[in-house]
Unconditional design. Structure first.
Length: 764
């Protein structure tokens, strides 16, 4: 019901979206239109908050238009000039109903457009009003210019990827939620994403209240639950405070009051005589010795809290009977180990160990929390907490390394290894065994290296963990590579391919056949670049097959194959088989030998587009490398389209970066290096200071690139078997930007540092 004599200011104030001090800045006689104008100008709240306030005030549902497929016959009901002026569009229409979204709901009362009245007066037409944001309206206005006819939709997937959100507001204060209903979602998920289940209809439909329906993570979780459990979910909006209060009240398991039992009086029976030869035995409970305190180390140069290791008494570990959950963890890929599936069909305590958030029961925020868990000596939880912390810190690798008297744990973050914590060396055998159990490796085999993998879920991410063990003189060490399967494939711009490099690359990847090579050392992001190219050129009209070792990311619509050299399924053998599968585009994970190189060249010359990687220092070095593998130069020049050399540099944290002055000698060298580019002078350079967001001045990584496109002169040099330096010189003369130049340009723009660029390019 519409709340009369109230304004959106009252709604925002009662829901704690603004403070009393902020509200006092707005005169009491202001209309909603003026209040909204003031709120936006002062940036007190977001557009989503304003939309939700109007939804509560007018008792109307919220509609999200971003990525919504609006048909032209609906859109044309309101002319573009009126849609732009009043921020209103019709997003759905049939014979008897019109659905209209308002980005400026204040106009509904003060100055409604005539079109609404006209539509309402049409016989047999019902007009439904929805609330949205001005930004959502603005995002669909270009459709007026582009949509002349209805867009063609793939019949295989004709549903918009963003779900429709006709969301009404629910007042949770007036609803009593049962424990069985609210625990359909684990408490950790409800707290983290501010959403609760408040109604359950025999596991076929649930009603969920969310505080932010525009949060993409919330929608991902709800979509996952829908698909996995084939259940209908009806969404409502509620304030964060109401959701928090519901979590506090209803996640407590109700205490059952025992019903007095009326016992029937039985006649007294004689008790059996216990022979003296069988005395009763006392049961003794043996407790494990208390584990020593473990504190993380704290060197000044490291971001994680690491302190000098105190004297630690060596604990005596007691062999315990196997826990039932231990057996469940051996098979983390089985369907009942799916974390979100357990939201509907299981209670929190029944969550499998592969879902780390459920298993741990608490968030692992830093190394101090990890140290507290390590004190318990619970090895499954120690490993789970270590992985959870690594994912939180966006680490790509975990290193478990035994030393003389301690076990060292390190994370590789943004390409750099950092100490995290040191544990007693007595934990090493149990921790390595735990890793082996999850990876299905031989626990008793400690003489040779072993490789395996397992999956976990934490912080809303599905992580594929590749395990490698290695025997050392102090015992086995383990390296765990973390691959986020839920991570989206980056666009070229997100990778750092911009300007001239982007133009050259896009011109070459649209060619129907040829070879596209990504070159660089191990860990330079070559495979990620190829994935981005595949995402760009893949479509339902082409057959794309990949040969990978391993398959790092799964891409819908692409046939991905894992090669297995140990059983004879190598890149070369796989390529032979792939060519019989009628492919248009083939990705070969790596050209390692002359046989694979020859097959890739042959595939390109017979009308296929081939993507692959090669280990060379720069793009020009790829041509001599292929010649050294035994490929005829004229075949190489006929098949290769473009070569992309790359390195990864750490990105500056944009919150704490600060301009710095470089020594004059460096500045002069940089100006010479970039002399041919029209860049604004004087050049500015930056360094990260370190803050709570980044710890050490950097946040994430990006690529620097060198894109070499084939030309007549470069082909001539390759056929003459000229060295890579001559080919590179000719490519630069034709306009190629070198790795160093691309990196320095990004340093001047404040995206990275000169030190990072020199670190990865000086050997180039």
């Amino acid at each position: 019901m519409e709340q009369k004599n109230k304004t959106i200011l009252d709604i925002l104030l009662s829901s704690n979206r603004i403070t009393d001090t902020e509200a006092s800045q707005i005169p009491a006689d202001f209309t909603n239109e003026k209040i909204e104008e003031k709120l936006r100008k002062q940036k007190m709240v977001s557009s989503e908050d304003i939309a939700k306030a109007y939804a509560v005030l007018y008792d109307l549902p919220i509609m999200r238009l971003e990525n919504y497929l609006i048909k032209p016959d609906a859109l044309k009901l309101i002319p573009k000039d009126l849609a732009q002026k009043y921020k209103v569009v019709v997003f759905e229409k049939d014979d008897s109903r019109v659905k209209m979204a308002f980005g400026l709901p204040a106009h509904l009362k003060s100055n409604p457009p005539q079109i609404i009245s006209d539509l309402k007066h049409q016989k047999g037409i019902t007009v439904d009003i929805y609330i949205t944001t001005p930004e959502d309206i603005q995002s669909v206005l270009p459709l007026y210019d582009t949509q002349v006819t209805p867009p063609v939709v793939n019949h295989v997937d004709n549903q918009p990827k963003t779900p429709k959100q006709h969301l009404k507001t629910i007042d949770l204060k007036n609803i009593k939620i049962s424990y069985e209903t609210i625990t359909k979602f684990p408490i950790e998920i409800s707290k983290k994403y501010s959403m609760v289940v408040f109604e359950n209809h025999e596991n076929s439909k649930i009603k969920v209240a969310v505080s932010n329906p525009f949060d993409s993570k919330v929608q991902e979780i709800l979509d996952f639950v829908r698909q996995k459990n084939e259940i209908e979910i009806e969404e409502y909006t509620a304030s964060p405070e109401e959701i928090a209060e519901a979590i506090k009240l209803y996640y407590k398991k109700p205490v059952e009051t025992p019903v007095p039992e009326v016992k029937k009086i039985e006649p007294i029976k004689p008790q059996p005589i216990v022979p003296l030869s069988q005395p009763q035995r006392a049961v003794q409970t043996i407790q494990a010795p208390v584990k020593p305190a473990i504190t993380p180390n704290k060197p000044v140069s490291q971001p994680y809290p690491i302190t000098p290791k105190p004297e630690i008494a060596k604990p005596q570990f007691v062999r315990r009977p196997p826990v039932q959950n231990e057996n469940q963890a051996v098979q983390p890929n089985q369907e009942d180990a799916d974390a979100y599936n357990s939201m509907i069909h299981a209670n929190i305590n029944e969550a499998p160990e592969s879902d780390l958030d459920h298993f741990l029961g608490e968030e692992i925020k830093d190394a101090q929390v990890l140290a507290q868990i390590a004190q318990t000596g619970n090895v499954p939880k120690i490993l789970a907490a270590t992985v959870a912390l690594a994912v939180l810190k966006k680490a790509s690798d975990i290193h478990v390394e035994p030393e003389e008297d301690e076990l060292r744990i390190r994370f590789r973050v943004d390409g750099v290894l950092r100490d995290v914590i040191k544990m007693p060396i007595e934990l090493q055998p149990a921790l390595i065994s735990r890793i082996k159990i999850l990876s299905r490796l031989k626990i008793d085999e400690q003489r040779i290296p072993q490789d395996g993998r397992f999956d976990v879920k934490t912080h809303g991410h599905e992580i594929d963990i590749r395990v490698s063990t290695l025997p050392t003189v102090r015992g086995e060490k383990a390296a765990l590579r973390l691959l986020d399967k839920t991570q989206n494939i980056y666009s070229f711009e997100q990778l750092g391919i911009k300007g001239h490099n982007l133009k050259v690359l896009e011109e070459n990847i649209i060619k129907p056949y040829g070879v596209i090579l990504a070159t660089g050392p191990t860990g330079s992001g070559k495979s990620t670049t190829l994935y981005s190219i595949l995402k760009k050129i893949s479509s339902p009209s082409v057959n794309v097959i990949t040969l990978e070792d391993p398959v790092e990311y799964e891409i819908p619509g692409i046939n991905q194959c894992q090669v297995k050299p140990k059983i004879g399924f190598s890149f070369a053998e796989g390529l032979r088989s792939v060519l019989r599968q009628d492919p248009n585009i083939i990705m070969v994970g790596e050209i390692r030998d002359s046989e694979t190189a020859g097959m890739a060249t042959h595939a390109a010359l017979t009308g296929h587009l081939v993507l692959s990687t090669l280990h060379t220092n720069d793009s020009a070095g790829a041509l001599p490398r292929l010649i050294n593998m035994g490929i005829e130069p004229f075949l190489i020049t006929s098949s290769v389209n473009v070569i992309v050399a790359q390195r990864l540099v750490r990105k500056l944290c944009q919150k704490c970066k600060k301009e710095v002055a470089l020594p004059e000698v460096f500045r002069i060298d940089i100006e010479k290096e970039l002399a041919k580019f029209n860049l604004q002078k004087p050049y500015k350079f930056y360094e990260g200071q370190g803050c709570s967001e980044c710890d050490h001045g950097y946040s994430g990584r990006m690529g620097i690139y060198e894109v070499l496109s084939m030309s007549d002169k470069i082909e001539e040099l390759a056929i003459k078997k000229r060295p890579a330096s001559e080919i590179a010189h000719q490519a630069v003369a034709e306009g190629m930007i070198t790795l160093k130049q691309d990196g320095l340009i990004k340093a001047i723009k404040g995206e990275t540092t000169v030190g990072e660029v020199l670190r990865v390019t000086t050997s180039s």
